[in-house]
Design a protein. Structure first.
Length: 370
């Protein structure tokens, strides 16, 4: 690294002494060791992200099991108070969660399977319903002509359904990932107390052990509260969506409500997918375009109230999650691990905030006021 003559002269000035005459207020100098430290940290982060991306089939089920297991640990503690052995409690909790998930998936999987067998018929009906947009085609052709386009578009084309199977394959994990997730989840809940004790006893200092215990306790409590709160909110969203769909005379309102509640566990992406599904189902099933848009627009109102008032009021005040951090976390983990990564983004952000609060010194220097 090249050193300027002025920096070479200032290197002999003792720390805390005023600068030589003629120099005045000097900018801070970045040392070579700091640049090397930043570079090594950046390379480490890149290596970790690359490993998580390449080995997604292993890390995603394991991390998902750790996060969900930490959320469900308070339930296992409650069963232990009633003299239920920890391994038995783990099996009962995982079985109950799997049964509830299977019931919810069954509510909307049967109509989805039924509708998927009639995709060509639905495509024809969808094309008939969207003929109202044919009036916009002459105007579109004139715009194409003004900007040098060919204007060869003669009628409205319905998009093909070639994306259905790749989308299902992308959203559905493999059987091996399911098996790894459930096995890790049961073993994690059953052995969580031993793991806590091991993590605490790694440190020899009493203060470090006490700090580790506080960190683990806060992570367990906050993640458990997050799961209960988000589940209750999403159940409310699903019930409200089902009622709206029933009023709008949409087919299978219970299944659509269950689908909305399930997709709402994935922030931002889930509500958008629910809105698109309600639009398609409404256009296909209802006689007019206006009637088809009643349920999607009502769901937009429900999602707006939930996303901007209910959830920030309950979760935001408890955990103080920054909106920009939540959005960037969702974007990063969705890119890295898909929809399951979007589900894990908020819990991992909560864990990061707890670690930051306990590991970084509280008496760090503050910025001067503006």
């Amino acid at each position: 690294m090249r050193v300027l003559p002025s920096e070479r002269l200032l290197s002999h000035v003792p720390e805390g002494a005023p600068p030589p005459e003629g120099h005045g207020e000097l900018p801070p100098v970045i040392r070579r060791t700091e640049v090397v430290a930043f570079a090594l940290t950046g390379l480490l982060l890149i290596s970790v992200v690359a490993a998580l991306y390449v080995a997604k089939a292993f890390f995603l089920p394991v991390v998902m099991a750790f996060v969900v297991g930490t959320m469900l640990s308070p339930a296992a503690n409650l069963l232990e108070r009633y003299r239920v052995p920890r391994p038995v409690a783990a099996v009962l909790i995982v079985a109950a969660v799997a049964a509830a998930a299977a019931f919810i998936i069954g509510l909307f999987s049967s109509p989805l399977m039924e509708w998927s067998t009639h995709l060509p018929e639905f495509a024809a009906r969808l094309k008939d319903k969207l003929q109202v947009f044919d009036r916009l085609l002459p105007f579109w052709q004139q715009l194409q002509g003004l900007f040098g386009g060919s204007g060869a578009l003669s009628n409205f084309e319905v998009p093909k359904f070639d994306w259905v199977q790749p989308t299902i394959q992308f959203l559905s994990p493999t059987f091996t990932e399911f098996l790894l997730f459930f096995a890790t989840l049961v073993l994690f809940i059953a052995s969580w107390r031993d793991l806590r004790r091991t993590l605490i006893m790694i440190f020899g200092d009493h203060r470090a052990r006490l700090r580790t215990l506080r960190i683990l306790n806060e992570i367990e409590v906050h993640l458990g509260n997050y799961l209960l709160t988000v589940t209750a909110i999403n159940i409310g969203v699903g019930l409200a969506t089902g009622v709206v769909c029933a009023i709008a005379q949409m087919p299978r309102p219970a299944g659509l409500g269950a689908l909305a509640a399930t997709l709402n566990f994935i922030p931002i992406i889930g509500p958008i997918a629910t809105f698109a599904i309600l639009c398609v189902v409404g256009i296909i099933a209802l006689p007019s375009l206006g009637a088809a848009l009643i349920a999607p627009l009502a769901f937009c109102g429900i999602a707006f109230l939930e996303g901007h008032f209910i959830t920030p009021t309950i979760i935001g005040r408890r955990l103080a999650l920054n909106a920009l951090a939540v959005f960037l976390g969702i974007a990063f983990w969705t890119w890295l691990w898909g929809p399951m990564g979007a589900f894990l983004s908020s819990p991992l952000l909560i864990v990061g905030l707890i670690l930051k609060e306990h590991l970084l010194p509280g008496d760090s220097p503050q910025l001067p006021p503006d």
